[in-house]
Write a protein of this length. Structure first.
Length: 251
């Protein structure tokens, strides 16, 4: 299989233990990954993280801490979440980790992709999972399904490197009209669509949150290009303007 040029970003969502941040950084360095972002960590102690990142201090030094998940994945065109798949209404493809490379190959993935890991205590929330194009499961035994965060990152990083789906160097990003829309563009579309649907009366208070998650999944499944997203955004802007005229009694 021809190697895929995928620029991976590993995102740790609300990690609780700085030693796990360091262990994750070391695992990334072991297998040729270098881009780590941390979302809303619990009282991060970077000195402790560095102590667990022997040989990977540069990964820790360059790691970015951000307040929200969208801050970490807004420029990604593919987002994958890790989960055991238990006690969740996933409504997403759940891929065993060894099958991930073939799945990426079928989609001809390139550019920036984000791989998400949840907190040690709760994993990724349903809201986090709704931002993912697909979900990945490490095939552990039924008697002990969950893994330590640092170990889970190591296993996934090893598999990506073994399957040759890690870019040898960060690719130069060129925006083409036909390139896939990133998460930030899709979230802007969702916000505009939500406003239009609110004004039109389509969204009801009791079901609004669930409906918006379904709409987000629909946008992900459509695999819109950047050009598609701009066109759809323009359409929604026009509908938004016309609805405003109606509401204000100008028509």
């Amino acid at each position: 299989m021809k190697p895929l040029q995928v620029d991976w970003r590993v995102v740790l969502v609300r990690p609780r233990n700085p030693l796990n941040i360091g262990a994750a950084a070391r695992a990334l360095a072991n297998f040729g990954l270098r881009d780590m972002w941390v979302v809303a960590p619990f009282e991060p102690t970077w000195q402790e993280a560095r102590s667990a990142a022997v040989g990977a201090e540069q990964v820790v030094e360059s790691a970015r801490a951000v307040p929200t998940l969208l801050d970490a994945i807004g420029d990604a065109t593919l987002v994958l979440g890790t989960t055991t798949g238990q006690r969740r209404n996933l409504d997403r493809d759940l891929l065993p980790l060894p099958e991930l490379a073939a799945w990426l190959g079928r989609r001809k993935v390139s550019g920036r992709a984000a791989l998400l890991f949840g907190s040690e205590k709760t994993g990724l929330s349903n809201e986090h999972l709704s931002l993912c194009h697909a979900l990945v499961r490490i095939p552990t035994t039924p008697d002990c399904v969950s893994m330590n965060l640092g170990q889970a990152v190591a296993v996934c990083a090893y598999e990506l490197a073994r399957a040759r789906v890690v870019a040898a160097r960060p690719p130069r990003v060129t925006v083409h009209r036909s390139g896939p829309a990133d998460l930030e563009a899709l979230e802007r579309l969702l916000e505009r669509a939500a406003h239009v649907l609110d004004v039109s009366g389509y969204l009801k208070p009791k079901s609004r949150a669930a409906m918006l998650i379904k709409l987000r999944r629909l946008l992900l499944d459509l695999e819109l290009s950047s050009h598609d997203a701009r066109v759809l955004g323009g359409v929604l802007a026009q509908v938004e303007w016309k609805l405003g005229q109606i509401v204000n009694g100008e028509l």
